[in-house]
Design a protein around this ligand. Structure first.
Ligand SMILES: Nc1nc2c(ncn2[C@@H]2O[C@H](COP(=O)(O)OP(=O)(O)OP(=O)(O)O)[C@@H](O)[C@H]2O)c(=O)[nH]1
Ligand SMILES: [Mg+2]
Length: 380
């Protein structure tokens, strides 16, 4: 008969440590380790009523113990933070029969399904309120319910299967955004030397992250900085200006810049509007894809006119800040073209997306039974 204990507060310094004790013997183990300040032993505690007592060798640590539930047995302990006080309490619980488990194990035990557990684990790392709200929706079962309902429809006729296809298609669209919200999107700033890429990085993130200089070839490494756009976490990556490098260091920077372009969600392709286009600009324009946002920088200077009719350009002055808000909005729209609505079900990890994409494929190949199994497997 088992009993587990997990520390669910962070291991950094803090006034309080919160522990969860769970498993069939949880009440008995806490009863053996915890000495009440007054009244009877822990086993007779009322559910939901905090009680003050002591745990640990010698005087022990003062610990508030609350019986959260008898079936399944769950106890919450509040002791002092800091590793010494915590060790005192944990040692006593282990001697009484508990096994120490990572907090993610407790979350898995508590949550309704593997999906809710994964959402709760990701929630502890959410970098913005928007991401936290999105993960809370999934931790409360939005995605689980959607998958369960869709799995039921997989057993139906042509109308139901058409509905399944529509649901899976929407889940994939919002899931691409959901996975990006959780992992963080990456946006590379790319262009010829001296067009103002580093100035633009600084304008986008709001502080002087990268060195700016009038000499072409200033940025020689990949420089990145994190920011939030409309609650979406984005890592901006400034790169070396693309040209035939003048030395080995610049060549390494240019190679790294080309490599970065391959792995980002958005490519911000920057041109200097005040100068005629050069052959490298033409090459970059020819290589654009659906991740690319075109930016005409230095709008504070006279326009040399080379960018006319080269596609929709966002005009900015990185030096003065003009147009930077429009650019932020365009980047956010590119990262989250189909953002999940409040309360809406959405996949949030790459493996969820992969399984749902596979299920849609299976439907197209007339295998609704296997598609259904693929969806249900996500619930763990
Ligand atoms: N007038 C004006 N000058 C700008 C603007 N943006 C950048 N500059 C200037 O252009 C020069 C190059 O700027 P950087 O931001 O270093 O350009 P970069 O593209 O990062 O250059 P490399 O790192 O060398 O590839 C600097 O002298 C900046 O002050 C702008 O919007 N207007
Ligand atoms: Mg630079």
């Amino acid at each position: 008969m088992s009993c587990y204990v997990s520390v669910i507060t962070s291991s950094s310094r803090g006034a309080l440590a919160v522990l969860r004790v769970w498993g069939p013997r949880a009440v008995e183990v806490v009863g053996a380790a915890w000495r009440p300040r007054r009244g009877a032993g822990f086993e007779v505690s009322e559910v939901g009523r905090p009680r003050l007592g002591l745990i640990g060798a010698g005087l022990g640590d003062e610990v508030v113990a609350t019986l959260i539930s008898r079936a399944p047995p769950q106890v919450e302990l509040h002791g002092h933070g800091g590793s010494a006080a915590l060790t005192l309490v944990l040692d006593a619980l282990v001697v009484a029969g508990a096994t120490l488990r990572p907090p993610s194990d407790w979350v898995r035990d508590e949550a309704g399904s593997a999906l809710e557990a994964a959402a709760l684990v990701e929630l502890t790392r959410a970098p913005t309120a928007r991401v936290a709200e999105f993960l809370l929706d999934q931790s409360l079962g939005a995605l689980r319910r959607a998958l369960e309902e869709t799995a039921v429809l997989c057993g139906g006729g042509p109308d139901e299967l058409a509905a399944v296809r529509a649901r899976l298609t929407r889940l994939i669209a919002v899931g691409r955004v959901g996975a990006r919200m959780v992992a963080g999107a990456r946006a590379a700033i790319v262009g010829r030397p001296n067009v103002g890429k580093s100035s633009l990085l600084n304008a986008l993130v709001g502080y002087e992250r990268a060195i700016v200089d009038q000499a072409a070839g200033t940025t020689r490494d990949v420089v990145s900085s994190r920011a939030a756009l409309d609650g979406l976490p984005v890592e901006f990556v400034d790169t070396a200006g693309l040209r035939a490098a003048r030395d080995d260091v610049e060549a390494a920077g240019v190679a790294a810049a080309r490599g970065v372009r391959a792995v980002v969600d958005v490519v911000i392709l920057v041109f200097d509007r005040s100068r005629p286009l050069e052959s490298e600009d033409e090459r970059l324009l020819a290589g654009r894809d659906d991740r690319t946002i075109l930016v005409a920088n230095k709008s504070d200077l006279p326009n040399a006119g080379g960018l006319a009719s080269r596609g929709p350009m966002i005009e900015v002055s990185a030096a003065r800040g003009d147009g930077v808000d429009d650019l932020r909005a365009a980047i956010a729209a590119r990262i989250a073209p189909h953002p999940p609505q409040p309360g809406e079900a959405a996949p949030f990890l790459p493996e969820h997306l992969a399984a749902i994409e596979a299920a849609l494929e299976l439907l197209h190949s007339d295998r609704p039974d296997i598609a259904r199994a693929r969806l249900l497997a996500l619930l763990g």
